[in-house]
Design a protein around this ligand. Structure first.
Ligand code: UT7
Length: 333
């Protein structure tokens, strides 16, 4: 029997219209464009401003973009995995609502939360379901409304994050294309350094937690930066080594867009030339679960069938990892 591999066969994306530039941030907190650009690589980010709209709004738009571009029947989707750190509400799962809204009436759905590695870990989930032969169409969506958990008076976090969504479809492939290998890691030491203190089961919401700003993201940026640089570079080097990939064999690095300096450090360790390192952090900032599919969407035209893509991410928890995937199609122009 021919081995089934799990290939990405379609991509979709959505970002909200509202742009928050570095120049506007200068009027909100004690920061400046030069600092943000040189320390992070970010020029602007998108924010979902419409009242009453949550992460599902962007996830639905990204999924609909994919469905219309790839011309697929949503009734054929078997499973929707919603990678997000900012669900519409703590309970019920956002993916379930999204699946119903896009007409995936025969699918089951769930949410997956691994902070900025949610989409990467979701790729592993989606691929396993396909490789086992159990399902034929798995829709993986990465979406986050980071603006709902950011304190716009905290310059340590508000300059970094943005809102957005991306989606990919995984289907069986019989030519050996798609996901080849993965190296995924986590370490609970990280929960001190990047977290939201309140609103969970340890510290349920009270008037006091709200007054203390404990429902916003706290990040010890310096410590996270240190772990992210070594973590992302280590796993990317490791996945190249164990698949006998040289720097010339790698066509594209699809790295989580948290900080341009972290991406550069990973690319340097892999020995990659600049043109292979995909970057759109300047436009969107860190959109958490959406960074990887937004890169796929922005650069889809450049990928060729058989190209070797290395995905890498690092996130709160800590969670991190790397995935080696062979691209499965040439886009119709
Ligand atoms: O996606 C999930 C994982 N997250 C990440 O990977 C993020 C990792 N961390 C980072 O990207 C960086 O640590 C930050 C961008 C958050 C901060 O950059 P940094 O180079 O680590 O800055 P720092 O915190 O070491 O601060 C350097 C200086 C300090 O001033 P002094 O003490 O040297 O005088 C800060 O007070 O920059 C100052 N600073 C700022 N200045 C202007 C800190 N934030 C700002 C700001 N604007 N927004």
């Amino acid at each position: 029997m021919t081995k089934i591999t799990a290939a990405i066969t379609a991509v979709g994306a959505y970002v909200p219209e509202f742009v928050l530039s570095n120049q506007v941030l200068e009027t909100m907190v004690d920061t400046n464009d030069e600092w943000i650009t040189t320390r992070t690589g970010i020029n602007e980010r998108r924010l979902l401003k419409e009242k009453g709209k949550g992460t599902s709004h962007m996830a639905i738009k990204a999924a609909q973009d994919l469905i219309s571009k790839a011309n697929i029947n949503p009734e054929e989707i078997d499973l929707v995995i919603m990678a997000t750190a900012t669900p519409d509400m703590p309970v019920a799962a956002t993916g379930v609502y999204v699946a119903s809204q896009i007409g995936a009436v025969n699918a089951f759905a769930y949410d997956l939360q691994a902070a900025c590695s949610s989409f990467l870990f979701g790729m592993s989930n989606a691929a396993a379901y396909i490789e086992s032969g159990r399902y034929k169409k798995v829709l993986l969506i990465g979406a986050d409304k980071m603006s709902s958990i950011i304190d716009y008076t905290d310059r340590a976090t508000c300059i970094i994050f943005g809102d957005g969504a991306g989606a990919v479809l995984f289907e069986p492939n019989y030519e050996g294309l798609g996901l080849q290998d993965e190296f995924l890691r986590s370490d609970g030491i990280g929960r001190e350094y990047l977290k939201i203190d309140a609103g969970g089961s340890i510290l349920p919401p009270t008037a006091e937690t709200v007054a203390n700003g404990q429902h916003f993201v706290f990040q010890d940026g310096k410590t996270v930066f240190k772990y992210a640089v070594s973590g992302m570079a280590d796993v990317s080097e490791k996945i190249m080594e164990r698949n006998n990939l040289t720097k010339d064999d790698v066509n594209w690095l699809i790295a989580h867009q948290a900080n341009k300096r972290i991406i550069d450090a990973t690319a340097n360790r892999m020995g990659l030339d600049e043109e292979k390192v995909l970057v759109n952090i300047q436009k969107y900032g860190n959109t958490t679960s959406a960074t990887l599919p937004l890169l796929l969407s922005d650069f889809e035209n450049q990928f060729k069938k058989g190209d070797n893509l290395i995905f890498a991410a690092f996130g709160g928890g800590f969670t991190w990892g790397s995935i080696y995937l062979k691209w499965a199609y040439n886009k119709q122009q």
